[in-house]
Design a binder for this molecule. Structure first.
Ligand code: HEC
Ligand code: HEC
Length: 197
């Protein structure tokens, strides 16, 4: 519990430090104007530079739309902050944003990785995660190139959920798998994904 609170506090502080956060959709706003609400946390052109937010550049359009709609819905995708942010945008605006970020190329995050840990992570990934996190052209959510810290936060957050209360079958499966991993395993996975372009 204490550990959980510590994570929350650090993550909240990191998010507050994101610059230019003003969730405000203007009527008839252009895609670029809408995207200005996102780049403070998700980085210029959607390639995250900070540790607390994922990159969204080059995300498959249909995935992006599904994710944003799920953030908006009651009992939808787990989030610390996106649930609130997504509610500020209607379907048309979400589509504009999806097109805008899908057209961007994700910049390499160039993180320092521990090669030994990354090799260990590759094995765990293959056995435990690959089934759902492998193919960017499918519905899969790509974890490659994401910031290590973000990955660790996300794994921590998901693994603290109560699997019995999760509606999505896939997420329920994942949460059960994540709960079985040690802190070292998670670190290995984060190093592996960070090492992948
Ligand atoms: C204050 C920081 C912040 C702002 C502003 C923000 N995001 Fe996010 N975003 C996050 C965080 C943190 C996550 C991870 C989920 C969570 O914990 O809420 C995330 C997750 C996402 C994801 C899922 C990505 C993935 O790979 O899982 C999408 C898509 C996304 N945001 C789109 C947007 C869009 C579009 C905007 C602008 C309209 C935006 N975000 C504004 C912090 C932010
Ligand atoms: C049965 C399918 C499945 C498996 C197996 C699975 N995941 Fe996931 N994962 C998902 C889904 C679906 C999401 C999106 C979460 C949501 O919609 O709330 C996700 C989201 C994530 C996220 C958040 C990323 C982001 O950008 O939003 C991380 C990190 C993650 N998974 C790591 C892992 C790791 C590490 C493993 C292996 C130990 C794993 N997953 C195994 C389906 C799976």
């Amino acid at each position: 519990m204490e550990q959980k609170n510590k994570y929350r506090a650090i993550k909240a502080a990191l998010l507050i430090s994101c610059v230019g956060f003003a969730p405000m959709a203007l009527a008839g706003a252009s895609a670029e104007m809408l995207a200005n609400n996102c780049v403070g946390c998700h980085g210029p052109d959607g390639s995250s530079l900070g540790p607390a937010s994922p990159s969204i550049a080059g995300d498959v359009k249909s995935n992006f739309i599904d994710i944003m709609k799920s953030y908006k819905s009651e009992g939808g995708r787990f989030s610390t902050i996106m649930g609130r942010i997504a509610k500020g945008f209607d379907d048309k605006e979400i589509e504009l944003l999806a097109d805008y970020f899908a057209a961007k190329k994700e910049a390499p995050s160039n993180q320092k990785v521990d090669k030994k840990l990354a090799a260990k992570g590759a094995k765990i990934h293959k056995k435990t995660c690959k089934k759902c996190h492998a193919d960017p052209t499918e519905d899969d959510i790509m974890l490659n190139n994401q910031m290590k810290e973000y990955l660790l936060y996300a794994m921590h957050d998901f693994s603290s959920l109560d699997a019995g209360k999760i509606a999505s079958k896939d997420v329920k499966k994942m949460v059960k798998k994540l709960k079985k991993l040690s802190a070292e395993d998670r670190k290995a996975l984060a190093n592996y994904y960070a090492s992948q372009k």
